[in-house]
Design a protein around this ligand. Structure first.
Ligand SMILES: CCCCCCCCCCCCCC(=O)SCCNC(=O)CCNC(=O)[C@H](O)C(C)(C)COP(=O)(O)OP(=O)(O)OC[C@H]1O[C@@H](n2cnc3c(N)ncnc32)[C@H](O)[C@@H]1OP(=O)(O)O
Ligand SMILES: CCCCCCCC/C=C\CCCCCCCC(=O)OC[C@@H](O)COP(=O)(O)O
Length: 401
């Protein structure tokens, strides 16, 4: 009889190992259940600390939620911290893909910051109660006039109590490849309070989380905090342009990251198909460069296949040639220069050559175009093009020392 209890214990790891769909539901249920438990723990702590609804309770919630990412196999890589070093109140806006956004939000949540949320959330059991205790402002999205007056009140409270507010201007969850058009509330809020807006872009979750396909793997979310947008002196006439400007900035950052993710995914898939050679493949379409490129050999990845190895991309497609696959940071700068290599066959039918040494002529070429001196040219010739003058140009990856 005792042995029967072992069956579900064995079954769960077996299903986790064999079924992606099971992993998806298991992780989702765990997430919701565990957040409910954490909220239950947080309620008495918040009551003891503040005696009721208070934005300071967000500190407790933040501390309690920070470890949840480890259970779900998620990493958060944050850039632009300096943009959050702003005194006083401000409005943070970010894209909204899933309830998992709460984990990223808690990674960077500044002090005295709470959120605007749909009113339905207040009924979400212990989570609803903890949201209320954390000072979350609930709005009725179906009644614009109500939402407007609640937000006008929130603008005043921001100033009176030095509070920061986090708004999801898409107004709903969105897992498409592009952001949804922004609602105007966040911008009215910032202009009414005359406080800056700090945009935060979450990278697409599609590499690890696909709701429709029922996939929930491990993955890294990149959070990019963008420079603040001032609203001092703006009036309601400026709302539309402020909204458009914010949207354009965030959309550009989201798309740029998505492009990198696509390359990363392709490179990883490529590496999986060719584990011994670890080669990167030329661009997908021959028209992307003027000549076929040789595959660029990658250094051996460390044991256990950590993705921390440089990947060479077609330089002309993105703003950096070599990207650290782990952090996404550029390792090298692409520079357009007249080809310094006398053997470079950019002009004719054969392939572009690559060079990994610093030759005098290439240094001179680099200095001429970029003023950079201390560095090494690597993985050169990602694309070559013939200029009107007949000079053959190509892109160099410049690795600063
Ligand atoms: C331990 C456990 C821990 C748990 C932790 C939990 C953390 C929880 C995190 C929770 C995360 C939860 C996350 C969530 O729950 S996300 C869902 C809830 N959040 C939102 O919906 C926020 C974004 N929405 C908006 O801002 C909308 O604009 C609102 C809802 C306000 C109106 O919606 P509507 O659809 O109507 O939008 P519209 O933009 O077409 O506007 C229509 C007109 O109104 C004008 N207008 C708009 N606003 C204002 C204003 N303030 N003052 C004056 N005027 C204003 C506007 O200019 C336009 O006029 P015009 O320009 O066309 O003439
Ligand atoms: C009485 C029990 C009710 C159970 C309800 C479970 C509620 C979820 C519980 C735990 C999840 C953890 C934190 C959730 C906070 C995230 C809120 C969220 O992401 O709401 C979605 C909202 O932004 C947009 O809603 P729609 O996409 O328009 O829809």
């Amino acid at each position: 009889m005792d042995v029967l209890w072992l069956i579900p214990l064995l079954l769960v790891p077996l299903l986790m190992w064999s079924s992606g769909t099971f992993v998806f539901y298991f992780k989702k249920c765990f997430y919701v259940g565990w957040m409910m438990v954490l909220a239950l723990l947080a309620i008495p702590l918040c009551m003891l600390k503040s005696g009721g609804r208070d934005v300071e309770n967000m500190r407790i919630i933040r501390v309690l939620v920070r470890h949840v990412k480890y259970f779900l196999g998620l990493r958060f890589d944050v850039s632009g911290w300096e943009h959050l070093q702003t005194e006083g109140p401000y409005v943070i806006i970010s894209n909204h893909q899933s309830s998992l956004d709460v984990l990223g939000l808690m990674e960077i949540l500044p002090d005295r910051c709470t959120m605007i949320a749909k009113k339905e959330l207040v009924y979400a059991g212990t989570v609803g109660l903890i949201c209320w205790l954390g000072g979350i402002v609930f709005i009725n999205r179906k009644k614009t006039s109500d939402a407007k007056s609640v937000m006008a009140e929130a603008a005043q409270t921001m100033l009176d109590q030095q509070i920061r507010l986090w708004v999801f201007p898409e107004g709903t969850r969105n897992q498409k490849e592009d952001l949804l058009p922004f609602k105007k509330g966040a911008f009215h809020l910032a202009v009414q309070a005359q406080v800056p807006i700090i945009p935060v872009v979450f990278s697409s979750y599609r590499n690890f989380y696909l709701r429709k396909e029922k996939r929930f793997n491990s993955g890294t979310v990149r959070l990019r905090i963008l420079p603040k947008i001032e609203t001092k002196g703006m009036t309601s006439d400026d709302i539309s342009s402020l909204c458009d400007k914010s949207f354009d900035l965030m959309q550009a950052a989201f798309r740029e990251r998505l492009r990198l993710q696509t390359h990363e995914q392709r490179a990883v898939e490529g590496a999986e198909h060719s584990p011994r050679s670890r080669l990167l493949f030329p661009p997908t379409s021959p028209s992307e460069t003027c000549l076929p490129r040789p595959p660029v050999p990658l250094p051996a990845p460390p044991p256990l296949l950590s993705p921390r190895f440089p990947i060479a991309w077609p330089c002309h497609e993105i703003s950096s040639c070599l990207v650290d696959a782990w952090s996404g940071r550029p390792l090298a700068r692409p520079v357009s220069a007249v080809c310094p290599d006398p053997h470079c066959a950019c002009s004719s039918s054969s392939t572009c050559t690559t060079t990994s040494s610093t030759s005098t002529s290439s240094s001179a070429a680099l200095q001429a175009v970029s003023g950079m001196t201390d560095g090494r040219i690597d993985a050169c010739c990602s694309s070559c093009m013939t200029e009107g003058s007949g000079h053959h140009q190509f892109l160099l990856c410049f690795l600063p020392f």
